[in-house]
Design a protein around this ligand. Structure first.
Ligand code: GLP
Length: 249
């Protein structure tokens, strides 16, 4: 595990964008797993700036997103497809046909999950998977559970997750947040060549420490990343404690 701790959110975002950009420059047809939430917004902005400055080309990149709310279509302004379009895809030269997000409008949950797994299988492993971390340690929308879930699943969101997501999105209205989501499984996340977990802000400090310094347990889903051979934790001083820096090997 590598830890990159920066003073500010902006610097952490730039460091994260640089890692992703290096991967794209090294392997223009790379496959990248993308995340939503407030944390990666600065990273996406930095990637857009690099593209606009002519130093980055997304034309051969394929992307697969972690998750989508069940019941929301891509034109719903709180859907994750919409988030990706407005924060990244609409501003760079990526081929949208090669950007994958679970289909939130597929009402048959089993079908939605197997359809997404088929797509992921056809992609093979990803070169980089970008992750944020939920307040309860979830990655994607893999919430704390009795076991790590391998494949794409339909998940009932925890109350804390619904609250957290309403705070920043859905105009603060908890009742508007869908209660279920489709999420890439932890098995596929772990297959990625490199995993970048980004965490910023004091609110993430305890959970990041639990995830990387505590026991590996499905009750803290991000803790499985301790077993990944190539994980990079990027964050600001507020979120990354000395214990996490010391845990880096
Ligand atoms: C949501 C997303 C996660 C994300 C998490 C944290 O639950 N499904 O992928 O990591 O929010 O969000 P934020 O970055 O806003 O703290």
């Amino acid at each position: 595990m590598r830890v990159i701790r920066k003073s500010t959110y902006e610097e952490a975002s730039m460091a994260c964008a640089e890692l992703i950009a290096s991967q794209i420059r090294l392997k223009p047809d790379c496959k990248i797993g993308l995340a939503t939430g407030s944390t990666p917004v600065g990273t996406y902005k930095a990637l857009v700036d690099m593209y606009k400055a002519g130093s980055l080309d997304f034309s051969k990149v394929t992307s697969a997103n972690l998750d989508e709310y069940r019941g929301l279509g891509g034109d719903h302004d709180q859907s994750y497809r919409y988030f990706m379009n407005t924060n990244l895809f609409d501003h760079v030269n990526i081929d949208k046909n090669k950007t994958y997000v679970p289909n939130g409008l597929e009402a048959d949950a089993e079908k939605a999950c197997t359809d997404y797994d088929k797509i992921l299988e056809s992609l093979g492993h990803l070169d980089i998977q970008l992750l944020g971390i939920g307040g309860d340690g979830h990655i994607g929308f893999n919430e704390p559970a009795d076991a790590f879930c391998v494949n794409t699943q339909c998940i009932d969101l925890e109350e804390q997750t619904i609250k957290d997501n309403a705070r920043l999105f859905f105009n603060g209205d908890m009742s508007a947040v869908p209660t279920q989501a489709y999420t890439m499984g932890i098995g596929y996340i772990m297959k990625s060549e490199t995993v970048i977990l980004m965490a910023t802000g004091a609110g993430k400090k305890d959970i990041v420490e639990k995830a990387f310094c505590g026991p590996v347990t499905p009750y803290v889903p991000a803790s499985i990343l301790q077993l990944h051979p190539n994980v990079v934790v990027i964050g600001d001083e507020a979120a990354i404690s000395d214990a996490v820096v010391a845990a880096a090997k």
